[in-house]
Design a protein. Structure first.
Length: 81
């Protein structure tokens, strides 16, 4: 998931928006990848809702809140170069 800077976009959740080269995009179009992206987005939105109705996505602490929940569900969270 990519999160824009707070000054660029105050509060946005996108169901599918990735940046990839043509070779990588072909792999990302697979159903399991879509499911993993959707699960990660749903978990992030859930955590945002727990903070409060006026919470911004930027208020979620990735390292202490979101990352452990993604790992617990077996979602890959680290970028491989």
């Amino acid at each position: 998931m990519t999160l824009p800077k707070p000054k660029e976009c105050e509060n946005l959740s996108v169901g599918f928006g990735i940046s990839a080269r043509s070779t990588g995009f072909g792999a990302a179009r697979m159903e399991l990848t879509f499911m993993a992206l959707a699960a990660a987005g749903a978990i992030a939105c859930s955590e945002q809702a727990k903070i409060g109705p006026a919470a911004r996505m930027h208020e979620i602490d990735y390292e202490t809140t979101l990352r452990p929940k993604l790992l617990a569900r077996g979602l890959v969270v680290d970028q491989v170069n």
